[in-house]
Design a protein around this ligand. Structure first.
Ligand code: ZN
Length: 221
């Protein structure tokens, strides 16, 4: 037994600066299209208050405008995912452009944190065989689509999540709109109260069978 293992409570897994119970319910809240510090920092404030971690699928061409938000995500155990360099619909592009869009975002994040994103989220969820063949990271999609970007209505987002949520879900929201963070500030305590641990996509994948390159996932059960 390595020194330090005795610190971890029985049956728990240490990750992201807190403990996860692998046998208890969990969901991954994900926030696309940022970074955008006025929203992202509030999401992190709330998640951290409840011992949760979330995943941000960032657009590469935005990350240098919000370096300290990116650094905070990384330092505090949130996940930074790849949402392409320019939010291009990859199913409309050729192989070389697909690779460039993904690689440029990987490099933009790694230039700040030292580590490239582990997973990719396709803008609009758009995929075809060329997309799948040209992305070497696993693809994280979602099971619960809040449509927060469309309704800009916090109560609709809250109701959508609480009506549909199941253990293992990946939930799609956006790191851009005030109504999304208002929804998150209700959802994070309420999901926690209902017994869901708030974990990152990669944490949930790791605890539930892993991910493979070129495969896409909407949940981990
Ligand atoms: Zn997007």
């Amino acid at each position: 037994t390595e020194q330090g293992d005795s610190q971890v409570p029985d049956g728990m897994v240490a990750s992201g600066g807190r403990y996860i119970d692998p046998n208890a319910p969990m969901v991954a809240l994900t926030f696309d299209d940022g970074p955008y510090a006025p929203v992202g920092n509030r999401i992190m404030d709330c998640a951290e208050q409840y011992g949760g971690r979330v995943t941000f699928y960032v657009v590469g061409n935005r990350v240098n405008s919000y370096k300290s938000e990116i650094q905070r995500m990384y330092a505090n155990g949130h996940e930074i995912g790849n949402h392409t360099q320019d939010h291009k619909y990859l199913q409309k592009l050729g192989a070389q452009e697909i690779r460039q869009q993904v690689e440029a975002c990987n490099q933009a994040v790694a230039a700040i944190t030292g580590e490239a994103p582990k997973t990719v989220r396709l803008p609009g969820g758009g995929k075809n065989s060329t997309v799948l063949a040209n992305i070497s990271q696993p693809i994280a999609l979602w099971d619960v689509d809040t449509l927060d970007w469309k309704t800009r209505n916090a109560q609709y987002t809250i109701d959508t999540v609480l009506r549909q949520v199941q253990d293992g879900d990946i939930i799609l929201m956006h790191d851009l709109y005030e109504q999304s963070v208002i929804a998150a500030e209700t959802l994070i305590p309420e999901l926690t109260r209902r017994g869901y641990q708030l974990v990152t996509v990669s944490e949930m994948a790791e605890l539930r069978g892993g991910m493979a390159a070129g495969q896409s996932y909407g949940h981990f059960r």
